[in-house]
Design a protein around this ligand. Structure first.
Ligand SMILES: [Zn+2]
Length: 273
C-alpha cells in the first residue's frame, strides 16, 4: 500500500506572514522545520498502519522546504518546479490508497483565511471551475480523483477547513490555527498540532473505505482572472481562449491535470528566462 502527501506551508502551525514562507525571510527555518514535523507525523502514522511507501510532494514556494534528511527511507520526495501535475506530482506513478493535503490554505476568492490565495498571490485574482470559485485543494483533490485516489486528510486554518468541507466532507481534518486575517491567526501550540496530525492520520487509515475520489464534470469550464491586463491580452491570442473582461478570460480544460498544466503556463511563463 502507498500513500501520497501534498505538502504546502501557509497552513502549517505558527505560519502567519509572507516572511516565514521564503528562504530569506524571518523565521523561515523554523517554519520549514515545523512543516517537516507535521509531514513526518503523518508519514509515521501511515507507515505504522501498513503503508510501504509514501510519496511526498513539496508543494510550496521553491518546492524545497521539507528537510529531506528528517524523512524516513520509505519516503520519496518530489521537489522543485515546474513539474507535471504541480502540487500532485508523482501521483501518476502507481496506485495510492489515499492522499493527504497538508498545510493548505483558503482560496483567492475567500475574503477570510490566513495567507489565502490560489497558486500565485502575485498573479491570480480568481480561478473558477464549472462556475464556482476553486481552490488549490479543489484542484489537487480533482487531480487525485481522476486517478481514483480519494483525499483522506486535510490540515490548515479554520477558514480553509470550512471552505473545503463541502467538496471533501468525509476527510479527516486538523485545524492548525484560527485565522484573524491575511497575516494573523491565533496559533495552536506546534507540538499539539503534530500530535493531532498523527492521531487523525492514524484514524484516516482505519476509514479508507469511507472516502470517495472527487470527480468534476469534464471538460472543465474554466474562468481565470489575473492581475495583469497584459497577460490576459496575450492569453486571448491563444486558440480556445475567450477574453471575458479587462482581467479575465475563459477556456476549457480536458481534466484537472490538463488545467494544472495550463495554469502553470498562464501564471509562470517567462520568455526571458
Ligand atoms: Zn504555499
Amino acid at each position: 500500500m502507498r500513500v501520497y502527501i501534498s505538502a504546502d506551508m501557509e497552513g502549517v502551525a505558527g505560519v502567519v506572514t509572507g516572511d516565514q514562507l521564503v528562504p530569506e525571510g524571518f523565521e523561515y527555518a523554523q517554519a520549514r522545520e515545523q512543516m517537516t514535523r507535521e509531514v513526518l507525523a503523518a508519514v509515521e502514522a501511515v507507515l505504522a498502519a501498513g503503508a510501504e511507501e509514501v510519496v511526498v510532494s513539496d508543494s510550496h514556494g521553491n518546492g524545497q522546504n521539507l528537510v529531506p534528511a528528517l524523512l524516513p527511507p520509505q519516503v520519496t520526495l518530489v521537489r522543485s518546479w515546474p513539474r507535471p501535475r504541480g502540487m500532485m506530482s508523482g501521483l501518476e506513478t502507481g496506485e495510492f490508497a489515499c492522499a493527504f493535503l497538508m498545510g493548505y490554505h483558503a482560496s483567492a476568492s475567500n475574503p477570510a483565511g490566513t495567507l489565502a490565495h490560489t497558486m500565485s498571490s502575485r498573479a491570480l485574482i480568481e480561478l473558477r471551475i464549472n462556475g464556482r470559485p476553486a481552490s488549490e485543494a479543489l484542484l489537487s483533490a480533482a487531480m487525485a480523483g481522476e486517478l481514483g485516489c480519494p483525499v483522506a486528510l486535510v490540515t490548515g486554518d479554520d477558514v480553509f477547513l470550512e471552505e473545503v468541507s463541502d467538496v471533501l466532507p468525509a476527510a479527516e481534518k486538523v485545524q492548525t490555527k484560527v485565522a484573524f486575517g491575511m497575516f494573523s491567526a491565533r496559533c495552536r501550540p506546534p507540538a499539539e498540532v503534530v500530535a493531532d496530525i498523527a492521531e487523525h492520520a492514524r484514524r484516516a487509515m482505519t476509514r479508507l473505505g469511507e472516502f470517495a475520489p472527487l470527480r468534476l464534470e469534464a471538460p472543465l469550464q474554466v474562468e481565470l482572472c489575473l492581475k495583469s491586463r497584459l497577460a490576459v491580452e496575450y492569453a486571448s491570442y491563444l486558440p480556445g481562449v475567450t477574453r471575458t473582461g479587462a482581467h479575465s478570460f475563459r477556456f476549457e480544460a480536458a481534466d484537472a491535470a490538463s488545467l494544472d498544466a495550463q495554469l502553470s503556463f498562464f501564471l509562470n511563463y517567462r520568455p526571458d528566462l
